[in-house]
Design a protein around this ligand. Structure first.
Ligand SMILES: Cc1cc2nc3c(=O)[nH]c(=O)nc-3n(C[C@H](O)[C@H](O)[C@H](O)COP(=O)(O)OP(=O)(O)OC[C@H]3O[C@@H](n4cnc5c(N)ncnc54)[C@H](O)[C@@H]3O)c2cc1C
Length: 396
């Protein structure tokens, strides 16, 4: 006898955790499988959250470490441009993912940790997933009417109906230090999300960051494709030294190193088929200009939960795909194109950052989602985009 459930969620990151919580809350019998023994404990992330994230997803504000009204953008010559927004927030993934998983449990979802999903097959209208119970060492199966695949950037979907030939080319290698200081850094560090754009020694553009936390600074970088570990570490050491000189010169500290893959290109073209849905980073829902994807992941989880909870829906997976695409694909594709356009001539970063710093409305509208923009916003954005293109096309 194979165990049966209505909704199976794979992965308990922001996508899977939100899907499980909201589906269970709507009365859908839900099981979540996560390979880790403690949800969120191993996630590598700068964990910057959009303004309003906690309210949007009904997550307690107690997870927020710092409110960050300042965004500091640094161009290839390390010049700083200041933009105010939000404020954004920072947290850690052990707190965010752990909290969402606890809330999902309270709402009735069964979260099974140490459960490594391997594959799925179809049996009539049922989907049967195979997974390894890493505590007992047993291979198990579970049948579901709907499945939500949210395993993040390492999801192995290439041999399935969700395969996307460009996926490998969009993978980003990241390395991050958690810097634990013996006394606080400069006060401004705790009000700022820093994003830096500069070429690595082998000429590739890298995106680097400094995000403040209660007890440490998260300092990291990501490069498109693979880079040998020693070289990546050297790049991060050089970047960290620059941050140290500005924000915590002479302060004793210890460092914890962590690394993971991220995705930074266009979203996956197919994310739904016959009861199966793909969400979060596994679907490529990441902003290529800054690596943000927590909000998109959680929102995709919400869309999946809505689709399965609407029991009268003829094809919940198709409904899910429509909702995610109409909400995110235009913006995320545009961000991927923008990033490739900037990378071609790195002087373009400075032109864009200068324009954002001088025109707060431009920065504000750019950060909003498509559906939040009014017609005057769109016109204004279009004018600013034309202005930027006119300067950027001719810069050297
Ligand atoms: C270094 C770094 C910094 C980042 N900084 C930010 C930031 O500041 N702000 C932001 O918004 N985004 C950031 N991101 C992106 C963000 O981490 C992702 O967008 C987000 O985690 C996506 O959530 P998810 O639920 O789709 O996947 P994940 O968070 O990756 O969660 C996937 C879950 O699936 C589980 N899993 C994986 N494989 C299996 C399997 N086979 N079986 C069972 N379980 C499995 C994992 O254990 C994990 O719990 C960053 C990413 C990186 C790598």
């Amino acid at each position: 006898m194979v165990e049966e459930v209505e909704f199976l969620v794979v992965g308990c990151g922001p996508a899977g955790g939100t899907a499980a919580r909201e589906a269970a809350r709507a009365g859908v019998e839900t099981v979540v499988l996560d390979k880790d023994s403690v949800v969120g404990a191993k996630r590598v992330c700068a964990a910057g959250l959009r303004p309003g994230f906690c309210e949007t997803f009904d997550v307690p504000r107690s997870i927020v470490h710092c409110d960050t009204p300042r965004l500091a953008l640094f161009d290839v010559r390390f010049r700083e441009y200041e933009v105010f927004f939000g404020p954004g927030h920072t947290t850690t993934r052990e707190e965010l993912d752990g909290t969402i998983a606890d809330l999902a449990r309270k709402d009735g979802a069964h979260v099974r940790t140490s459960s490594l999903y391997r594959s799925l097959r179809r049996d009539g209208k049922r989907i049967i997933a195979e997974y390894a119970d890493m505590q007992s060492g047993e291979r198990k199966e579970i049948a579901a009417r709907h499945i939500f695949l949210a395993q993040g950037s390492t999801a192995k979907l290439e041999q399935t109906e969700f395969g996307y030939a460009e996926w490998q080319n969009g993978l980003v290698t990241t390395l991050q230090y958690r810097v634990y200081l013996e006394r606080p850094a400069a006060a401004i560090a705790y009000q700022t999300l820093e994003m830096h754009y500069f070429p690595t020694q082998d000429g590739r553009m890298t995106v680097a960051w400094m995000f403040p936390k209660r007890d440490h600074l998260a300092i990291g970088l990501g490069v498109m494709g693979k880079m040998p570990g020693a070289m990546l570490r050297e790049e991060l050491d050089r970047f960290t030294a620059r941050v140290r000189d500005r924000l915590y010169p002479g302060i004793a500290h210890t460092i914890k190193t962590e690394g993971h893959l991220l995705y930074g290109a266009e979203p996956r073209p197919a994310i739904a088929a016959d009861g199966a849905m793909v969400g979060g980073t596994a679907a490529g829902l990441v902003d290529a200009t800054n690596g943000e994807g927590i909000y998109e992941a959680a929102m995709s989880g919400r869309f999946a939960a809505h689709a399965v909870a609407k029991r009268a829906a003829a094809d919940p997976a198709a409904e899910y795909q429509r909702a995610v695409k109409s909400r995110f694909y235009r913006r995320l594709r545009h961000r991927a194109h923008l990033m490739r356009y900037l990378e071609k001539r790195p002087a373009r970063y400075a032109l864009l950052f200068e324009q954002l710093a001088k025109a707060p409305r431009f920065a504000d509208i750019l950060q909003r989602e498509d559906h939040e923009r009014t017609m005057p916003d769109r016109l204004y954005l279009y004018q600013q985009a034309l202005r930027f293109a006119a300067r950027a096309n001719f810069c050297s």
